[in-house]
Design a protein around this ligand. Structure first.
Ligand code: SF4
Length: 103
């Protein structure tokens, strides 16, 4: 079974590559690159430190990583995931200053 994180990274890599390739005829030879090679150049998570954004491993009220637009879910709803802002494993029950509510 495909890891959802790998699938998301792969789709982002493909989209970024296609947008870039469409803008330059010189990049057409790059179309021969395998998708896995392109996806491998993308960061798996953000780079901000947990302490800088006051990350905590518990929700703030009803706000949590699980309902944040920056969250990349793990393999199941209780598993640690990733964040496009904060580095490292992120609990779906966590929260930080960069929280972006999903609705
Ligand atoms: S609340 Fe913070 S750590 Fe959690 S997913 Fe959102 S931005 Fe990332």
């Amino acid at each position: 079974m495909t890891d959802p994180l790998d699938l998301l990274i792969s789709r982002r890599g493909t989209l970024r590559f296609l947008v870039g390739a469409a803008g330059s005829a010189a990049s057409l030879p790059l179309l021969a690159w395998p998708v896995s090679a392109r996806a491998g150049t993308l960061p798996a998570s953000g780079t901000a430190s947990k302490s800088a954004l006051q990350y905590q491993d518990h929700p703030k009220g009803t706000s949590s990583c699980a309902n944040c637009a920056n969250f990349i879910p793990g393999k199941n709803p209780d598993a640690a995931g990733r964040c496009i802002i904060v580095a490292g494993d992120i609990s779906p029950k966590g929260w930080c200053l960069a929280y972006a509510g999903n609705g």
